[in-house]
Design a protein around this ligand. Structure first.
Ligand code: TYD
Length: 132
């Protein structure tokens, strides 16, 4: 499984830093939805699903958190702790998020609106769909 981290260009000057996100430019899909998680309690693990179609990009715009990715063949963990780095979450990849820092703001861009029918929330169901 290839983990894709997208570097986001920082525009820095003596005032500070700025990052711009543009669909089909540095974000490789049309942005239909943006959501963010914050004030996540210590020890919380969330996610526990895969998507059928939706492509997403996660950015820890403040603080840090970790991702577990599982494509049914292998599992990989990655720490997100840089607002200049976007992590692609592709369809049919089971993902869980954990180890949120107290100050973590995890922003996610998605190429579609929220639709519960796009979710696979049962791990056995997920495995049966990805294993040939
Ligand atoms: P949930 O899917 O449980 O979050 P996660 O999988 O990241 O742990 O979402 C929490 C609640 O928020 C749930 O009631 C669905 C709702 N929600 C929306 O209404 N729109 C959205 O875009 C998302 C991601 C969640």
């Amino acid at each position: 499984m290839k983990i894709e981290l997208i570097p986001l260009q920082q525009h820095g000057d003596e005032r500070g830093l700025l990052i711009a996100l543009e669909e089909e430019h540095n974000i490789p899909f049309p942005i239909k939805r943006v959501y963010y998680m914050f004030d996540t309690l210590q020890g919380i693990r969330r996610g526990f699903h895969a998507h059928k179609k939706t492509r997403q990009l996660a950015i820890a715009i403040k603080g840090s958190c970790s991702f577990l990715f599982d494509d049914g063949k292998e599992k990989k963990n990655i720490i997100l702790n840089d607002p200049a780095q976007g992590l692609m979450i592709e369809p049919y990849v089971w993902h869980e998020m954990y180890d949120f820092s107290d100050d973590c703001i995890l922003m996610v861009l998605a190429d579609d609106v929220y639709d519960e029918s796009d979710y696979i929330r049962n791990y056995q169901d997920f495995i049966s769909r990805v294993i040939l």
